[in-house]
Write a protein that binds this ligand. Structure first.
Ligand SMILES: NC(=O)c1ccc[n+]([C@@H]2O[C@H](COP(=O)([O-])OP(=O)(O)OC[C@H]3O[C@@H](n4cnc5c(N)ncnc54)[C@H](O)[C@@H]3O)[C@@H](O)[C@H]2O)c1
Length: 266
């Protein structure tokens, strides 16, 4: 009888890079990859949070290097990849997570704000993938995970620019996956639903800014979970970490945009 190979969720001996890893989903994914055995490069625009994240990974018993990067700037991304090569000699897993959000109706949105969101969320993913490919191609092996969103599958009012950037990530991911499919490299998009990070919580987060008159930020957060999500409750950074570990292991899943959103999207 043909032996069925087991899929081992071990990343022991692997090197992973996560952008925007200083907090939120990026930090959660970095910790999950480390728990599965990987050494980490944690890169963030904010070098202080990147260093704190690296300390957290080292406390788990793994090597971790903190880098400052602006994913929207080609020189900065190129320097980050040079540093990865210098510290670890190669790259097995890349999670392009850094992202920004803002609210604005199309009728009022400035071109500057459109460009700012597209620059980090869409151009940043392109620049990172292009740079990471050089290291992965050298070994004919790699796993790239681009963080998109449910807003990359469905449009939301006030988020047209953000949705456009995340639809771009999904289209880019599918096309890029096909370009490198014969080189041992997989490329997938992970689409979070609603996760209570700084992007959503607090007065400056989406639940603060989408408050109804008389509603507290916490009440707005509860309302958005129950009204938007079929399961009625938010996802966690650990949920995102689980799928990232799976995608970092799976050899034959590529070009996909997989949502972890409690049943919201297709
Ligand atoms: N939180 C959610 O519910 C949710 C839902 C869908 C998608 N996402 C996506 O998940 C990713 C992470 O979101 P989050 O909720 O953890 O956000 P967050 O704001 O909590 O963290 C984002 C991190 O990215 C870093 N960053 C921002 N701009 C950067 C740049 N130019 N270069 C490098 N680093 C930069 C920030 O310093 C921060 O540490 C984003 O791409 C976001 O669009 C989040």
């Amino acid at each position: 009888m043909r032996e069925i190979p087991s899929l081992e969720f071990s990343l022991s001996g692997k090197v992973a890079l996560v952008t925007g890893a200083g907090r939120g989903i990026g930090l959660g994914i970095a910790v999950s990859l480390a728990r599965a055995g990987a050494d980490l490069v944690v890169a963030d625009f904010d070098s202080n949070v990147a260093e704190e994240a690296a300390m957290q990974i080292r406390a788990l018993g793994h090597r971790a290097v903190a880098l400052r990067v602006d994913v929207g700037q080609a020189d900065s991304v190129s320097a980050m990849i040079d540093q990865v090569a210098e510290h670890f000699g190669g790259l097995d897993i890349a999670v392009n997570n850094a992202g920004v959000v803002s609210l604005g109706k199309v009728s009022e949105l400035s071109v500057t704000e459109w460009d700012r969101i597209m620059n980090v969320n869409a151009r940043g993913v392109f620049l990172c993938c292009q740079a990471e490919l050089k290291l992965m191609r050298a070994r004919q092996s790699g796993r790239i995970i681009n963080i998109a969103s449910i807003a990359g599958k469905v449009g939301f009012p006030d988020l047209a620019h953000y949705s456009a950037s995340k639809f771009a990530v999904i289209g880019f991911t599918n096309a890029f996956a096909k370009e490198v499919a014969r080189e041992g490299i997989t490329v997938n998009a992970l689409c979070p639903g609603i996760v209570g990070t700084g992007m959503w919580r607090g007065e400056e987060g989406l639940s603060g800014r989408w408050r109804l008159p008389g509603e507290t930020e916490a009440q707005s957060w509860e309302r958005h979970q129950s009204s938007l999500l079929p399961q009625g409750e938010a996802q966690t950074v650990e949920d995102m970490g689980q799928l990232a570990v799976y995608l970092a292991c799976a050899p034959h899943v590529t070009g996909q945009a997989i949502a972890v959103d409690g049943g919201f999207s297709l």
